[in-house]
Design a protein around this ligand. Sequence first.
Ligand code: ZN
Length: 338
Amino acid sequence: MTTISTTIAGSLPKPAWLAQTERLWPEWQLAGEALDEAKRDATELALAEQDRAGIDVVTDGEQSRRHFVHGFLESLEGIDFTKIVRKGIRADRYQADLPTITGPVRRTRPVHVAEARFARGLTRRKLKVTIPGPMTIVDTLHDAYYGSREKAAFAFAEVIRAEIEELAAAGVDVVQLDEPAFNVYFQELEEWGVAAVDASVRGVACSTAVHVCYGYGIQANLDWKASLGAEWDQYAIVLPFLAQSAIDEIAIELAGSRVPPEVLAHTGDKRVAVGVIDVTSDAIESPEDVAATLAVALRYVPAQRLVASTNCGMAPMKRSIAAGKLEALGRGARLVPA
Ligand code: ZN
């Protein structure tokens, strides 16, 4: 019997010997070659954990990056990490220390390709790599060069496209662009956000996805969510645009959130990775909980287009809880025939 396919949004918690735990911007515990080795060891563990849980499309758990946006930007030219500006991001939802764009953004060397190649060598499962999307990148930087978020986004789209091409050549099956900013800036989404995503994936040789979510379980996000009312209707605006985009898969959250499941009907003919694991709660779902959330999703998306996933990354969680949730995801999806 075939069952619903599984994946994770991207990140898993890092072991305490690699980085500070339960933080969004953790410091590394090591440096130099010892750090590189520890990242590889943590990647092996992350892949083994997903393998044990029976996850079909796996990631390296983002064990080699400090943060999902800045980890991608650190090796680009045109961004000064010594010029830090404290600013409100995601429409002022929270304050963050942002590096500054000081010149034309260029990718002079691969960013995540070596990590992807290492992970590729360790698993026969389908491999997914996550990259921040253009709008989310622009929203997580201070710009002192382009003078236009749109212009900057399309510059990043070129950088992203070059990276995806190399990732695909390294054997990566799926590249997912993380665009939490899409849930915040609807006018920009319509004007240039989706076009910048399309420019990022133009002509690439692997499958592509976009992940739009309500974020990690950090306090600022919890406060924001509490302000959104009884029904979160952001996806009703976002999904029809994504349904018209060039990407293959839309990854969104559903479990334990106030997202009305009817919005899933707006996904066109895209593959839909639905979050069946709540990352803002430490309560570990049972496999039956997972199957029940999938049953709700199946009312709007046929099994062939449905993928079971986590709502968002699990980076800031306790390791033992993330492991329990991963196991529930695998077991729960296997209860649901595809
Ligand atoms: Zn997310």
